[in-house]
Design a binder for this molecule. Structure first.
Ligand code: IMP
Length: 198
């Protein structure tokens, strides 16, 4: 049964293999996701905006300009209350240009040392470019920054983020559980809803 006859394929503008896997898993019954390499693209996608929306648009536009095909990009930030919303849109480069996930976690644990308010949220904005027109979908998950690393799954800040109503970090959860409740999972769910109504 072909449900989305005019939109069977979408290019996902990411070079992050973990994200590609997570999102492909969530969309697999709805749409066929093409990676950048499958779309014949390579290189670093620019993300120089100062908002999640701006970066998501910039990344999706980069693909659209090169392929003319429907595509989407996401941008995520970890917003920590005690740090006035930082690192936010700068979450990937929190510990400096070209830093590792580990460097970012170390910096976060240092900055959060002794802080009693450990509330934080992950926020994802997806920009879908469909027929040349951008459309946005947002997902958010609230939780706390832990005082040390727990678990080995996932990526990024997963070992030190515990979502509300759970007693484990994102890095201790099976991927299906994380996908169900995560910022990106919720944004993708809205994208799926939209695609289903087309
Ligand atoms: P991006 O915009 O999706 O590339 O996310 C920016 C940064 O936020 C990443 O480099 C990660 O450090 C972090 N991040 C994004 N999504 C997640 C997640 O699901 N878990 C943990 N960290 C994440």
């Amino acid at each position: 049964m072909i449900i989305f006859a005019h939109m069977k394929e979408l290019i996902f503008a990411t070079n992050n293999k973990h994200k590609l896997m997570e999102v492909s898993e969530m969309l697999k019954s709805v749409i066929n996701i093409q990676s950048l390499s499958e779309a014949g693209l390579s290189g670093d996608i620019p993300e120089t905006a100062d908002t999640l929306e701006g970066n998501a648009l910039q990344k999706a536009q980069w693909v659209y300009e090169r392929t003319g095909k429907d595509c989407f990009a996401d941008d995520t930030g970890l917003e920590v209350e005690a740090l006035d919303g930082r690192p936010g849109v700068y979450s990937a480069r929190y510990a400096g240009e070209h830093c590792s996930f580990d460097d970012n976690i170390n910096k976060m644990l240092d900055e959060m040392e002794g802080k009693t308010n450990r509330r934080a949220c992950f926020r994802t904005v997806i920009c879908l470019i469909e027929g040349g027109k951008p459309r946005y979908f947002e997902g958010r998950v609230d939780g706390v920054i832990l005082t040390e690393r727990y678990g080995k799954e996932g990526f990024g800040y997963d070992p030190i983020f515990m979502p509300d109503r759970f007693a484990v970090s994102f890095a201790e959860m099976p991927l299906e559980v994380k996908n169900h409740i995560s910022h990106r999972g919720r944004a993708v769910a809205k994208l799926v809803d939209y695609l289903k109504r087309l």
